[in-house]
Ligand binder design. Structure first.
Ligand SMILES: [Ca+2]
Ligand SMILES: [Ca+2]
Length: 153
């Protein structure tokens, strides 16, 4: 379904990933049915993320672009009927006008955006949104400009 949404022009606006427990790592291909879904692991036996989110097996969590939890549902019996329309509604809430430097598209500039740009600079990757001074290069100058925005200069 995510692939279909990408084709409909929502690429980059929706992310699907799974969180498994390391104790079930051996059955990984079962959870993803062999597809290319991103999966990360919760360290067992603590399973801190699972406990923190009060997750049950096959729970689906939907978050909006600001990280607010929209719904938690168990999909053992299948995906919710309104899943696609819910996602489209949420994606339409994402502001269109990209603020220069707003790397996580939450409508504001803060330390998170600086961290994201730093990560890109570290791996020598360019990103138009992060190129605050529009010189075609992502570097420390863009970070300095963003810091000035944050401290209000
Ligand atoms: Ca931001
Ligand atoms: Ca730049």
């Amino acid at each position: 379904m995510v692939d279909n949404l990408y084709e409909d022009g929502y690429e980059g606006k929706v992310k699907l990933f799974g969180i498994g427990k390391t104790q079930h790592e051996s059955s990984l291909s079962n959870w993803t049915n062999g597809n290319n879904t991103s999966v990360c692991m919760d360290q067992s036996p603590e399973n801190i993320v699972w406990n923190d989110w009060e997750a049950n097996q096959r729970d689906l969590f939907i978050l909006d672009h600001l990280g607010n939890l929209i719904s938690q549902s168990n999909i053992s019996g299948g995906l919710p009927n309104d899943l696609q329309s819910t996602l489209i509604e949420l994606m339409n809430q994402i502001p269109d006008n990209q603020i220069p430097g707003d790397m996580n598209s939450d409508g504001g500039i803060n330390i998170l955006d600086i961290v994201l740009i730093s990560n890109l600079i570290f791996v020598n990757e360019f990103d138009e949104t992060g190129d605050v001074n529009s010189d075609g290069i992502l570097n420390i100058l863009d970070i300095v400009l963003l810091i000035n925005v944050i401290i209000g200069r």
